[in-house]
Design a protein around this ligand. Structure first.
Ligand code: ADP
Ligand code: F6P
Length: 320
């Protein structure tokens, strides 16, 4: 291939810029022209693009967000939208595409590949919810942002002998909740993957902790479960412990990417370009046991990620 495109799609994630940089510079290294496509699949359809040079991606490795911007493009969920995308790529001479995003974006990548534009997906989402890869770009930065905020909440909660309910991101996935619960010493983590019983999983541990002399409590709730404000009111009513709720929200999507995110994004970006350089599309780049590998998009999308109980169980043991 002589000319490839790169776009970011769906929710942004810290480290997407590092992935864009890797795609652009390795593309140039392998003798290709690289086109940056703005605002996800919208920019592909409308031809909103720029020619990328090694200098277009200077000074972005350490920046959050995505310089190409991102979008959710409803038109792309219909075959007509995908065909417009392929047509537009052909007009611009783009022979292959790298899509950095989550599983929704990979469905678009699969459709593009099937319609004749070889496309490779790079997993970029703070949720870490893509089954074929151990890791998605942005997860570590989001965890550290949440950890930093929760440590601060803990300072004030301890001063007031309060219980804190903290809601973290993850509409369908509880990975951020489960990881920060262990990292921040929470009494409980409530995640969408597992049913929970309010009395057994929240009230009992708080009451038991009180008997053992605990002076503060931390409950982490994933966004997909929600209801953290109501939970706080109920905890206060049932335990007599003053309780506050904090919803961390989009703070978790921004910020300078961690070393893990910069390195993973760099490795995955180069791997994606190496596939396209060999004329291979319809793949998802993944990390499996520290190795960068790739899967057929459908095979990858059909895999199921199952959150084990291990993390939550360890948190429970250690929160005595
Ligand atoms: P993410 O990629 O983070 O999972 P979304 O689910 O919002 O985010 O998907 C991002 C974009 O991918 C959508 O706005 C749409 O353009 C495209 N997309 C999502 N689902 C499909 C689908 N089933 N077929 C084709 N394109 C899709
Ligand atoms: O998929 C990443 C994510 O941040 C989820 O954790 C969250 O539920 C969703 O995106 C929020 O999306 P939006 O920015 O459109 O509100």
């Amino acid at each position: 291939m002589k000319k490839i495109g790169v776009l970011t799609s769906g929710g942004d994630a810290p480290g997407m810029n590092a992935a864009i940089r890797a795609v652009v510079r390795s593309g140039i290294y392998y003798g290709m022209e690289v086109i940056g496509i703005h605002k996800g699949y919208n920019g592909l359809i409308s031809g909103d693009v720029e020619v990328m040079t090694a200098r277009s991606v200077s000074d972005i490795l350490h920046r959050g967000g995505t310089i190409l911007q991102t979008a959710r493009c409803l038109e792309f969920k219909e075959q007509a939208g995908v065909l417009k995308g392929v047509e537009s790529a052909k007009k611009m001479g783009i022979e292959g595409l790298v899509v950095i995003g989550g599983d929704g974006s990979f469905r678009g990548a699969r459709d593009l590949s099937a319609a004749g534009l070889p496309t490779v997906g790079i997993p970029g989402t703070i949720d870490n919810d893509i089954a074929c890869t151990d890791y998605t770009i942005g997860f570590d930065t989001a965890l550290n942002t949440a950890r930093d905020a929760i440590d601060k909440i803990r300072d004030t909660a301890r001063s007031h002998e309060r219980c804190s309910v903290v809601e973290v991101m993850g509409r369908d996935a509880g990975y951020i909740a489960a990881y920060v619960a262990m990292a921040c010493g929470a009494e409980a983590a409530i995640v969408p993957e597992q049913p929970f019983d309010f009395e057994r999983d929240i009230i009992e541990p708080i009451k038991e902790g009180k008997k053992r002399g605990k002076e503060q409590n931390l409950i982490i709730v994933a966004e997909g479960v929600g209801g953290s404000v109501e939970m706080a009111k109920r905890i206060e009513k049932e335990t007599g412990i003053e309780t506050r709720a904090t919803i961390l929200g989009h703070i978790q999507r921004g910020g300078s990417p961690t070393v893990t995110d910069r390195i993973t994004a760099s490795q995955m970006g180069v791997h994606a370009v190496q596939l396209l350089a060999k004329g291979i599309g319809n793949r998802i780049v993944a990390r499996q046991r520290e190795e960068i590998v790739d899967f057929d998009i459908m095979e990858g999308l059909n895999m199921k990620k199952k959150m084990g109980n291990e993390l939550l169980d360890i948190s429970k043991i250690l929160s005595m």
